[in-house]
Design a binder for this molecule. Structure first.
Ligand code: HEC
Ligand code: HEC
Length: 407
């Protein structure tokens, strides 16, 4: 059962497929693609592969104001048929906003839409519009234009927001865990990281990498190959029974493709996230990924102290990088996707660092965001393997197909 959402149907960032172990079409290991399950009792569980725009986590929250069309990205009303409340927001933020509502209310798409008729209106969709307007109004009139209130503030994963505080269950409020230790300067954190993975001299001599492993969405496992080339090219290829699924960044543009789907360019936000991932494959480049880095409050992850750096880029999300205080290794990256309703968090945890060719790389990473999780376990890494640039090149740009979303 295919519920539409192919690029041709002008829903470029979402695919819905039946829930079979082999149904994963659009898999990612560039960290910004997640899978979510639609909780639908009528149709049975369905897998939705959902491409998440990159994170817009700026210190100065733009609130509910549409960020504008500076990137030349299409607006929601130019792409979709019946946009009323999301007029003026970038088209690329609409699917993340839908996902936000799914998560905030604990429902599937079919709570507000009937199969294949997303533009059709019904009572629930209208009610959601009323709620969206209420959220916008509340934030504007009561909370000074920020985004203090979202669907989740009231709904807490439930259709019907609770009206009474719970009894009989004493919520354990953990005191601020963050250790009050001195914040390390950026260069000290990066220096320690580089030393931990083999030292700048060794690391800077590594200019390409091929990784082979397994990507797991819950109980669904598929082989995955990851190709990285310095300074910032990256391509991952998931081989599922449904065919190959490619996520790539050619150093400038990101694209998605595969044996069964037409290649398409990423939106500007997706592109940014893909670029980050490509750059992070070669850690001597981390600084170049951001306008600047600055130290952030130290935190704890699973009881371990971490140094946190904030990656700042103009007009883009701040990204949080977590480095283990003791080992120096990068253990987590957090970024946020902007939607008209609120941000969607994406957390990537890196682990199982092993040395290969003098450099330590994470053999395992997990991506988690609301309703979406996958883990990649690498079992074979080769450094400095020659990789042809053609591997990363978008077929539609090389073939001269002008179908571009964004840029
Ligand atoms: C809580 C209700 C709700 C949920 C859940 C929801 N949507 Fe929507 N959806 C809406 C509303 C409201 C609009 C209209 C937005 C507007 O008026 O600007 C909309 C619009 C859309 C549109 C644009 C249709 C068009 O052409 O005008 C698409 C596509 C869509 N939704 C897909 C989805 C998908 C896929 C999911 C699940 C991931 C989903 N929605 C979940 C309420 C919802
Ligand atoms: C200020 C609190 C608040 C916020 C914010 C809020 N809601 Fe609600 N919502 C409610 C309450 C309360 C109800 C239940 C109304 C009732 O019981 O009649 C409700 C009901 C709903 C329902 C109907 C549920 C049903 O019975 O089918 C939908 C759909 C819904 N909200 C969607 C949203 C969406 C989407 C957002 C974010 C854009 C949102 N709400 C934000 C308080 C809120």
């Amino acid at each position: 059962m295919l519920i539409g959402c192919e690029p041709s149907q002008k829903v470029p960032v979402l695919s819905v497929f039946p829930s079979t172990a082999s149904s994963l079409d659009l898999l990612d290991c560039a960290f910004y693609l997640g899978k979510l399950k639609m909780q639908t009792s009528k149709f049975g569980p369905i897998l939705v592969l959902f491409l998440l725009g990159s994170a817009l986590f700026s210190q100065t929250d733009s609130g509910t104001k549409p960020p504008g069309d500076s990137s030349g990205e299409k607006m929601a009303e130019d792409v979709y048929k019946d946009i009323k409340v999301f007029k003026g927001f970038p088209a690329g933020q609409i699917m993340p906003a839908m996902q936000f509502m799914n998560d905030a209310l604990g429902v599937g798409c079919n709570h507000c839409h009937l199969k294949d008729t997303y533009e059709a209106n019904n009572a629930n969709k209208e009610l959601a519009r009323t709620m969206i307007r209420m959220q916008f109004d509340l934030n504007k009139t009561v909370f000074g234009g920020g985004r203090a209130i979202t669907c989740y503030s009231c709904h807490r994963n439930e259709i019907e927001p609770p009206t009474l505080p719970p009894v009989g269950e004493i919520k354990q409020r953990t005191p601020e865990e963050a250790p009050a230790t001195a914040v390390l300067p950026v260069d000290a954190v990066l220096q320690k990281y580089l030393e931990a993975i083999g030292g700048a001299a060794v690391v800077s001599r590594i200019s390409s990498r091929v990784e082979k492993g397994t990507i797991s969405f819950g109980e669904t496992h598929s082989p995955i190959d990851v190709y990285c080339k310095a300074p910032n090219k990256r391509m991952s290829d998931v081989h599922s029974a449904e065919g190959d699924s490619i996520t790539a960044y050619d150093g400038r543009a990101g694209w998605l493709g595969g044996s069964k789907r037409a290649a398409q360019l990423m939106s500007p936000e997706e592109n940014y996230a893909a670029g980050l991932d490509a750059q992070f494959a070669f850690p001597t480049n981390i600084k170049q990924a951001f306008l600047r880095l600055r130290p952030w409050r130290a935190e704890k992850i699973a009881g371990r102290d971490v140094n946190v750096l904030l990656g700042i880029t103009t007009g883009r999300p701040d990204t949080k990088l977590y480095f283990d205080k003791e080992t120096g290794l990068l253990t987590r990256m957090i970024r946020y996707a902007e939607t008209p309703l609120g941000r969607i968090i994406t957390q990537i945890d890196y682990s199982d660092y092993r040395e290969q060719g003098g450099m330590k790389v994470p053999f395992r990473w997990s991506l988690a965001r609301p309703g979406a999780e996958f883990t990649v376990q690498i079992d074979q890494v080769q450094q400095n393997v020659p990789i042809d640039d053609a591997k990363f090149a978008a077929p539609m740009t090389t073939a001269g197909n002008p179908e571009q979303r964004g840029h």
